[in-house]
Design a protein around this ligand. Structure first.
Ligand code: SF4
Length: 218
């Protein structure tokens, strides 16, 4: 089974608790206005990779011991069969290794729609961050892009890791970025506050670094 992948990275520390494996799928049919990941929208069969090979990569880069897995996109549920295969493979790995990593998945679909259309996929997740990004709403909630987006703990492990963050107190987990350089590309891993990306671009320009293309502009 193959999945269209935008990128994968380890360690990710800005999208969920602990040192995590980040997996970003390619393709999103939701098209939220103001989305900062326009590069993930277009499905691209050329980016499809074998999921068993992805699991081998996950085991290798994390030395078999990630604290969590974050699946984002793109829209992971737009590749429902592949997502199901990936989640099953992750669960098999977790069980066989005796590991306790949690599995968090992002989706721009509303929770109610996912519960109706994909209950078997939700049953394989520990936590879900769902609902479309709404550009006009505040951005202060940790790990979430806009205030409407729900963080839902789906298992006992999910409740243990995420319960404290479901309703954020101002003193909760601060938002932060990771910066990853990959050849000529720079990725920002994390969820920005409104205006952060413009400020980063301006700071780069002040230092003589011009961004030739960005994922937040078409
Ligand atoms: S915010 Fe997420 S769900 Fe919305 S368009 Fe962007 S990638 Fe798709």
């Amino acid at each position: 089974m193959r999945i269209q992948l935008n990128k994968a990275h380890y360690p990710v520390t800005a999208l969920g608790p602990g040192r995590r494996i980040g997996i970003w799928t390619q393709g999103c049919s939701i098209h939220c206005p103001g989305c900062v990941s326009l590069d993930t929208w277009k499905p691209d069969p050329g980016r499809a990779i074998d999921i068993d090979e992805l699991i081998v990569w996950c085991r290798r880069v994390s030395a078999g011991a990630p604290e969590g897995i974050t699946i984002s996109g793109g829209e992971p549920f737009d590749q429902a069969r592949a997502l199901g295969y990936l989640l099953q493979a992750l669960q098999r790995w977790r069980k066989a290794s005796g590991s306790s990593f949690d599995i968090l998945c992002y989706s721009g679909y509303r929770l109610e729609k996912l519960q109706k259309a994909h209950p078997m996929l939700l049953a394989r997740l520990d936590a879900l961050i769902c609902d479309p990004y709404v550009e006009a709403l505040p951005t202060e909630r940790c790990w979430r892009g806009s205030h409407n987006q729900r963080l839902v703990a789906l298992t006992a492990l999910g409740r243990e890791r995420y319960a404290a963050h479901i309703e954020d107190a101002p003193e909760g987990e601060p938002k932060r970025f990771q910066v990853v350089a990959d050849g000529e590309r720079i990725w920002l891993v994390g969820i920005p506050h409104r205006g952060d990306l413009g400020r980063i671009e301006a700071a780069c320009a002040e230092r003589g670094l011009t961004l030739a293309a960005t994922s937040w502009r078409a």
